[in-house]
Structure formats: C-alpha cells, structure tokens
Design a protein around this ligand. Sequence first.
Ligand SMILES: [Zn+2]
Length: 580
Amino acid sequence: MTKITQIKALLSLIVLFSFSIVTAQNEPQCGTIPTPESEKFFQNSLPQVRQFEQEYYQKTLQRSSTAVSSVPVKIHVLRTDEGAGGFTESTVNTIISDMNTYYANAFLEFFICDVINYIDNSELYDFSTDEQDALTLTNNVTNVINIYFANSVSTAEGGGLCGYAYFPGGPEVILMDNSCALNGSTMPHEMGHFFGLSHTHGNVNGTLTTELVNGSNCDTDGDFICDTPADPQLGFGNVSSSCNYVGNATDTNGDDFLPEPLNIMSYSRKACRTLFTPGQYARIYGVYQASRSVMACPSFNVDLTASFTRECSDTMTVDFLDNSIGATSWEWDIDGDDVIDYTIQNPSHSYSGAGGYDVTLTISNGSESLTKVYQDYIIVGGETTNTTQVVLTLVTDDWPAETSWVFRDSAGTALYTSPDYIEGDDDFSSFTETFDIATNECYSFEMIDSYGDGICCSSGNGSYTLETLEGDTIDGGGNYGFGKIVYMANNVLNTDDYFSNTTISVYPNPTQDILNIKLSNTNDLPDSYNVYNMLGQIISSKKITQADDLRLQTNTFSNGVYYIELMKENSSSTIPFIKN
Ligand SMILES: [Zn+2]
C-alpha cells in the first residue's frame, strides 16, 4: 500500500468509527461517539498535532521546566429528584487527582472549575445517551471539559456503558458511570478520547484490527500510534486475572498478537489498565497544544501577554502583563528553570543569552492555584549572520508534496513561503530560492514535513541547506521528522555598538574638492577611515585623532562613485559618495 492509500484507509476507518459494544464481555465498555465534525477536525489538525508530538519528545529530553498546565473541568453530579445518591466532593477530588498522576506525563493537570453542579433529576440519574441534549443544553459550561457522573449510563437501546467522550471537534462532554469512575482506569480512558486517543484495537469494535504485529502499518491502522502493539481486542475473556494476554489470535501475516493488557486505551480488564505509552502521551500533548489549550474556567484562569516575544540581539527587556482572572498572587518563572523569578503581578525582565525560553505563570486565589506553561514563548537572538541574502537549496525526496517551508521576520510575518511541490513532477528535484534580508533584523526559517519522516532517508536522500550569499552555512539537513525551525539574527549590533548609537553622514554629496564627515556625537570619534573606489581598491586612508581629520581632500580623485568606510574598534560603517 502506498503512503497515500494508507492515509485514505486511515480516514475511512475513522468514518467507520462505530457505537457498537461487544456484549460478549463481562464488563460494560466505552461508547465514545464519532461526529462528522470531529472526523473532519482530526484530518485537518493531524499535521499540526504531529509537529507538537515531535516537540513533546524534544521536551521530555531537554525541557528544563517540569511545570504542568492546568486544564479546567466542570463537574456535574447527577442525583435523584430527592437529592439522594451521587458522588460527594471528596470522591470527585480523588477521581480527578488519580487521573492527574497519569496526565502529568503529558504536562497537564486537571482542576475543578467552580463548585460542583448537582443535578437532581431521577430521569437523568440513570442516564441514556438519547437524553444528552436534555442534560447538556442547560448545564454545559463552554470552553471547559464538562464531566457528568451518573448512576448508570446506557445506550438508547439499553446496553450498559462505562462512559463515553468525544474526540476533538466534538462537544466538550464526558459521561461517566459512577461505578466505573471509581475503577481507576475508565476516567483517564475517556479523557484519553477527549485528547484524541483511539482504542488500541482501533476505532471499530468487534472486528479484528488491520494493524500488523510487525508494526509496518502502525501509524495508519489500529490506534495510529506506533509504540502500542497491535491489539486483537482485549477483553475479560482473553486477559487473565493476573493481567496476562491468554488469547491466540493471529494477524493476516499469521503472526501471533502480543497486545499490552495494561494499556488504558484497551478493552482489557479494568483493573489491569494502568499504562499510557510515550506515544500516547505525545498525542495527548499534541492535541492539547493544537486544539485544547484555549480552554478557560470563567471565574479562575491564567492568561498573560508580553510587550515583545522575539528580539534579534542577545539581550531583550520584556514587560509582562497579567490578564488572569481571579488571581490574588502571582508566581512567574520567566526562563523555564523551575525557579520563581517574580511574585508581582506585572514583572519586567531582561533576558541575556540567545535561546528560547518557557514562561510559566502560577496564580493563586488564596485557596487554590493554577499554572499555565507557555512553551518557548520568548525567543532571543539566533544564528548570527552578516549578509544581504539567504539562499535555500532544497533537494526533494520521493514525496515532495509533504515538504513545505516558510521564512518569517521577527514579527512572525511570512516573507517567503514554499510553492506547492507536486507529487510525481517534483520528486528528487533540486530547487533554489533566494530571500532578501535586512540588517539589524532577525528571521526564522521553518522546514515542515506533513508526514513526519523528513526528506531523508527512507524515501530518497533529500536534503536542504540554508546559506548566506557568501556561502556560510546557517542550517541544513534532511532527517528532521515533522520539521525544524532555525532562528537567525542578521548583522545585529549590540546596543553599546558605536555605529548603532552614532548617526553618520557625508556632505556635500556629490562633492568637488572637500568631503565632510558629520557625526551626531563629535565627542567620540571613529578610529580611522578608508576610501574605496568602484573596484574595491583603497585609494585613501587616515587615522582620526581630531575633528579636523573629518575633512577629506577629494580634488585629486577622478569623477565617479566612492565608498568611505569608518572604523571603530571591531565594527565599521560604509557610506557611498560621488565625486564630480
Ligand atoms: Zn473508549
């Protein structure tokens, strides 16, 4: 199967996502519902999610901060007409805190937004899926995860469910059967669906997975995650009470399945499910960053802005503005090292040293605190260049349509973007692009591979190089997964640099016999000057020791264009002039 048809197969599998429940098992299962919106959403967001997954792996290796972002959940507890039954607040707290032990690995932590909403309605207390509108239209809080705890949950046909949720793009609703909510695995399982995780046996229940044991189609079949082994659908019947797989199913190659009975996203025995894989955590993190990070509790929420987030030179002063709701105290870690740097509401901070910095703000209202991590929020400096043009040379692999790039200035404006490389026409081809750049400005260049395999080496030896006009290499490679970004700062002078603080001009221009150099500050003279002709030959040089040295005799020069280069310590500034 080609890569394209594999992707089509993946999409059609998601369309087939069904509500069916396997009744042969002794435990009620999960009834997560697909919607056309969520299927479309999944297709559209997958490239971005995969880029964030790449970032997740980098973060787990390199991240200095261990802070986790607070995600709001609204708790709704169903009770009888008389207010009987239903969870207490302390039970709910235990369920959420147990779930948080897993999601900390995806850098997330759930917190309960406002007080618990008790719904006293005997009809809804034993909940049927066809009553969802009646329940949620009057109770849902927008832009938070609404978790409803019911005495029982069943399909409209009467089949028992442990719970259900929606994929991203669907409603922000999770229904939980109370007894299942206490088993320790159904709550993190349903939240997994909310963050885009499929069952390890795939999105179709009761049909043998097409994912192969040898892993060759792991990213397009089954749960579309490669570090979860192919799962023939675990259940009470093929998992022993000691949590071992005891089935004997084989895939279409005849290979014996070796599924993971501990995986939370499987249909294994509930008590056995205690494991998410790194690939699953990466998917959760990716979906959060791509589509769920804007969730906010209306009464208590972390939010901030900054005066600048990108600076070309290696020093930068940033004024932070707190836009949080409900805060009475603030803790800022403005450089991602887990150390609190400021406790005032609106700090100002001077960064020195090139790099990307995480900013973490924790707010408190006196009894609770919330945290939000803004990954790589502040970018300072970058690869130093001194040129007028940057040249991109790209050699595509066998899948050119997966490749794109964008060249941005410091404001984030895309100055140059890739053409659409055409599958079939542009395979294994070489392209050269030239980007005009300015001095005292910084840029970012991003290479993107929508499939996540770079352009080297499984489908051809593609590569790219980014060079200055003079041939100095800025960046390059081909083995970059979903993509990479490089920051560069072009001829950026430090603020203590003489020529960035001194305005220089020459007059009269054109000149006949005398050329005057005018300085904005005559108390601090340049060291010397050279005069060049059009051929780059030095035709005059002088040390500058007094103000009189700023007058040049040009009567001996032949008519034409000249350049005067003024030098001070290690820097210089060049101005053209005309002799006639
Ligand atoms: Zn499920």
